[in-house]
Design a protein around this ligand. Structure first.
Ligand SMILES: Nc1ncnc2c1ncn2[C@@H]1O[C@H](COP(=O)(O)OP(=O)(O)OP(=O)(O)O)[C@@H](O)[C@H]1O
Ligand SMILES: [Mg+2]
Length: 373
């Protein structure tokens, strides 16, 4: 997908206007609080009808506007298409929005299917820095996008897990319930085996792509390795064998589980390991290394998106250049040409590093094209 034109009215602090981005790298620079992230958010909203900042739809409407409207022309599936989203305030708490694709009313899901974007925002650094829940969420949503059945599987697993946990809490009071635990164990481990297999398969593909990007970003100095981390050996196992291993663990830890009233083993407890040159990126990585790791993951996600859909997604990089040395900045500005990239920065010097692309300046919400290289 390539964005050809973006028109915005009443959106956040952006002054009503229009941009025609280039099909390679687009640098958006300006001082703090001028509207750089708002502009990226507008592009993202057009690719999925919601904000990447977790904002409510009504928050997207400019303080002095009665509604917000975004319109885009984009090239996708071998033709020029267009999309429009309008946001209207309502009296009740429910937000109201209207989506048109090629002038026909459509849903947000249709918009996601027609378009494609990957975003890096500073909060994504949590992927390396925070606890495993954040990484599980990343992998679950990435696999969901690849495999429609994965979401159903995940839903079934979580439901079964909740039922097993409820039973674990009841067993100390009603010992006779112990017999029923066996049924839940086999259902949970069968679903768990399938989930783990899907995740491992995805991580393997992600690892290959992310390694390549990290090699580029670090000019060959660092080797990134991403692996799936569960509490038993998984190498070369089929999903049935993974289920058997999980069942063994469940049985071995049943006493602890009853004491805790909680299932201590399974994909809901697993993690993703990220290592740079053999040591944990989380525990030992520098700020620049951690940032590079997340960027490599995001670019890898973009590459896998292309493999599934046949279309390159747009890459949105918010405030990514700070903490990166010149070589790493140069890679992002000049070696990501396969994608249409939107990259925000505060430093004027960054725009001078760009060899090929368009530069936009944003000042108090007014966006201007400064040069086209
Ligand atoms: N709905 C809205 N209507 C009007 N202004 C808004 C709205 N939502 C946010 N803003 C304002 O937009 C301004 C710019 O926000 P934005 O996050 O895009 O800045 P930025 O250029 O990315 O800055 P930084 O470099 O600090 O990240 C903020 O000062 C904010 O108050
Ligand atoms: Mg910002």
């Amino acid at each position: 997908m390539k964005l050809l034109k973006l028109n915005f009215k009443g959106f956040r602090n952006l002054e009503d206007g229009e941009i025609e981005p280039g099909d390679k790298v687009n640098v958006i620079y300006g001082e703090n609080a001028q509207g750089k992230t708002n502009l990226l958010e507008a592009v993202w909203v057009l690719c999925g009808a919601h904000s990447f900042r977790g904002a409510r739809d009504s928050e997207l409407i400019g303080f002095n506007s009665s509604n917000a409207k975004l319109y885009a022309e984009f090239y996708s599936q071998n033709r020029v298409q267009n999309a429009q989203i309008s946001f209207y305030p309502t009296q009740n708490k429910k937000d109201k929005k209207e989506i048109l694709i090629n002038a026909i009313p459509k849903s947000a899901a249709d918009l996601v299917e027609k378009t494609g974007a990957v975003v890096f925002s500073p909060e994504d650094l949590s992927l390396v820095k925070s606890g495993p829940a954040f990484r599980r969420k990343f992998i679950d949503s990435a696999v969901c996008r690849q495999r429609v059945k994965y979401a159903t599987l995940l839903g079934k697993y979580n439901k079964t897990l909740n039922q097993r946990n409820a039973l674990l809490k009841d067993i100390p009071k009603h010992g006779e319930l112990m017999d029923t635990l066996e049924i839940w164990d086999s259902t949970l481990s069968a679903l768990g085996g399938m989930l783990i297999k899907e995740r491992i398969d995805f991580i393997k593909k992600l690892d290959i792509c992310a390694k390549e990007y990290h090699d580029g970003i670090s000019s060959g100095r660092e080797i990134l390795k991403i692996t799936y981390d569960t509490n038993f050996e998984t190498e070369g196992l089929s999903y049935q064998q993974l289920a058997e291993e999980m069942l063994k663990k469940l049985k071995a830890q049943v006493k602890e589980d009853i004491m805790r009233g909680y299932t201590g083993t399974g994909p809901h407890r697993d993690d993703i390991n990220m290592e740079i040159n053999g040591v944990s990126a989380r525990n030992f990585g520098s700020q620049g290394q951690q940032r590079s790791t997340v960027l490599s993951l995001k670019l890898a996600e973009a590459k896998l998106h292309k493999e599934i859909t046949g279309e390159n997604p747009i890459v949105l990089l918010d405030d990514v250049l700070s903490e990166l040395d010149n070589r790493r900045q140069d890679y992002l500005l000049n070696k990501t040409e396969n994608y249409q990239v939107f990259i925000t920065c505060c430093e004027e010097s960054n725009k001078q590093q760009l060899k090929n692309g368009r530069i936009f300046k944003i000042d108090k919400g007014k966006v201007r094209l400064m040069s086209s290289l």
